[in-house]
Design a protein around this ligand. Structure first.
Ligand code: GDP
Length: 473
């Protein structure tokens, strides 16, 4: 890599290293200092940049105000299960789809656009706050407006409240859609007063949150809902610059047998075109084709438009950022940087968590293993026996504790290495770890938990087994 960048032959670099007493072969990793030494030795000028500079000028580029034009709002539908999120998404889509063929094929690519009064609105096709927040956790803010669906016959329910909190945490304005008003048991007033208790003040209650009474089933007032969205969008004054290279967020992605990597992205700024080179998460590739929500190949994707990108090297994750870059070398550099970041993170997680009860359980769940390895040290034989008996009883068909080692006395360095080797967590009952053991545990990321009441110990293991254990006690 280094010789390539210097336009030197790899063999010359290896020879130089040999002369310096370093036996290396192509592909071996060298550190920055050595790389600088070599580059200087070969007559190149070195400019040190920090790793994160790799992405400079590509993501979150700020545009001049004068370059901006308005863009369509991007909407996510949230609400309690069975309150009609999917029905509403389908009803809006069917009523407003710009259909070429009658009864045209609806292509589900993860997001779609409709038109109301000549203005476009983009809907994210995965309803609910889980997907919304998962994307946010990856740093993506794809949604401009949240539609909170509340069924008038069921009113405010736990996931309604969660949705409100998730939208508020993201700073995304809410529009309330009171659904199922066709039902005889519908009580819209109850919905309004209950929303009040959760600090959503709708217009008819003197607040400024837009609200629309709808029936997804009968298609009632869908146009009013779309108008409310456009009104809210106007307030938000959403803008983008079409005259620049595109960037945005991955909505979903998969590897398709026939088509290879298929990634649906939401263009958030700029214009995306076939032939351009794109980095998405830690994947990259030249855009072979762009496919819109109608299944048509398109020549460009403008801001707020969802499109499928064909031609990436692999499938990025929902919530990953994508951007167009100037050439393949840059794309490779960024994707390698991101892969390295991901690897480092995974490694840190691994070493930081190895042996911790809750991490172990999630690992077990992931691998489908059925044993929960533990290493137990106690003050007397009697207590260890009692603990073993209690843990035995906890076992189910799915998962049971496997006691790797149980013994009397303080926790020692050798306990740590055993725990490390067998991926076990360590439990100390009325005993402590000695200094060396504590240091070794910190080094290898092994968790030691101390107890002096058997009941507490058993409860914690039980909680870990059901994935409910709080991080630290
Ligand atoms: P989701 O879980 O929020 O996505 O809810 P769904 O869209 O799956 O709807 C749950 C149930 O409510 C389904 O049986 C729908 O047919 C029904 N439903 C949805 N909207 C309406 C409506 O406006 N009126 C009536 N009567 N039923 C509805």
């Amino acid at each position: 890599e280094l010789s390539q960048r210097m336009s030197e032959r790899a063999v010359d670099v290896i020879k130089y290293l040999m002369k310096e007493g370093q036996m290396m072969k192509p592909g071996d990793v060298i550190d920055a200092d050595l790389a600088e030494l070599i580059a200087t030795e070969f007559g190149h000028t070195v400019k040190r940049v920090s790793e994160s500079d790799v992405e400079e000028g590509i993501f979150n580029v700020v545009d001049d105000d004068s370059a901006l034009t308005s863009r369509a709002p991007v909407v996510t539908i949230m609400g309690h299960v069975d309150h009609g999120k999917t029905s509403l998404l389908d009803a809006i889509r069917h009523a407003n789809v710009v259909s070429g063929e009658a009864g045209g094929i609806t292509q589900h690519i993860g997001a779609y656009q409709v038109e109301q009064n000549g203005q476009k609105i983009t809907f994210i096709d995965t309803p609910g706050h889980a997907a919304f927040t998962a994307m946010r956790a990856r740093g993506a803010q794809a949604t401009d407006i949240a539609i909170l669906v509340v069924a008038a016959d069921d009113s405010v329910m736990p996931q309604t409240i969660e949705s409100i909190n998730h939208a508020k945490a993201a700073g995304v304005p809410i529009i309330v859609a009171i659904n199922k008003i066709d039902k005889p048991s519908a009580d819209v007033q109850k919905v309004r007063t209950q929303l009040l208790q959760h600090e959503v003040f709708v217009e008819t209650m003197g607040g400024d949150v837009l609200e629309v009474e709808v029936s997804a089933k009968n298609g009632t007032n869908l146009d009013k809902l779309l108008e409310a969205i456009l009104l809210q969008a106007e307030v938000l004054d959403l803008k983008a610059n079409v005259d620049r290279t595109a960037e945005g967020t991955v909505i979903e992605a998969q590897l398709d047998r026939g088509r290879g990597s298929v990634a649906t992205v939401l263009v958030q700024n700029g214009t995306l075109r076939p032939g351009q080179i794109v980095v998405a998460g830690d994947q990259w590739g030249r855009v072979r084709a762009l496919v819109n929500d109608q299944g048509d190949h398109v020549k460009e994707a403008l801001p707020s438009m969802p499109v499928e990108i064909l031609g990436l090297s692999g499938a990025p994750h929902a919530g990953d950022k994508f951007a167009v870059v100037e050439n393949e070398a840059r794309a490779r550099e960024i994707s390698e940087y991101r892969q390295r970041l991901a690897r480092d993170k995974a490694a840190a997680r691994q070493s930081g968590s190895r042996g911790s009860l809750e991490q172990m359980m999630s690992q077990l769940q992931a691998t489908g293993l059925k044993e929960f390895p533990l290493l137990i040290k106690g003050d007397v034989h009697g207590s260890i026996e009692a603990i073993q008996g209690a843990l035995d009883k906890l076992g189910t068909d799915e998962v049971r504790a496997r006691i790797v080692h149980a013994g009397v006395g303080a926790i020692t360095e050798s306990d740590i290495s055993l725990a490390e080797a067998s991926d076990a967590a360590i439990i100390g009952f009325n005993v402590r770890a000695n200094v060396q053991a504590r240091q070794a545990a910190a080094r290898s990321g092994i968790e030691i938990r101390y107890y002096n009441i058997i009941y507490d110990l058993v409860e914690d293991v039980k909680a870990a087994m059901s994935g409910l254990l709080s991080p630290e006690r």
